[in-house]
Design a protein around this ligand. Sequence first.
Ligand code: CA2
Length: 146
Amino acid sequence: MTSRIYLLNGPNLNLLGEREPTLYGHHTLADVESLCRAVTDRQRLELIARQTNAEHEMIAWLHEARHAAGIVVNPGAFCYHSVAILDALKICECPVVEVHISNIYRREDWRSKSILAPAATGVITGLGIDGYRLAMEHLVVLLAKA
Ligand code: CA2
């Protein structure tokens, strides 16, 4: 059984902490990675953390991650339109947790409909960057059961 976990972040999340702090907070993507690495290091799991603004790159990484122990993904705005990413998620054989920093149900109506959510094991939304840590902890629990 592989002990590799992927943390994948989608478009614009490289700028986390630089703008819109009321929605996304003041933490950066490096802070997100540290939070997640604290969980995986404690469990002696390997963390692969990446961010992309390109749909094709996200798809390639999902292919790469499909046999991993788990995936935590914030697809950003890809979740509203990318059928190609939906198909890539369906190929993944491991648990997938979709994370959104903001509460997508408290924003514009159109933001509340992630087309990717049905392909995820579960979704965490609105808990700030702590949602990533909780997603990692959940994957650890699933791994312990496996
Ligand atoms: O709440 C989330 O995590 C989102 O996935 C973030 C996406 C947004 O399209 C989703 O509706 C919810 C957008 C990320 C934009 O990232 C920024 C980073 C820094 C400054 C401004 C935006």
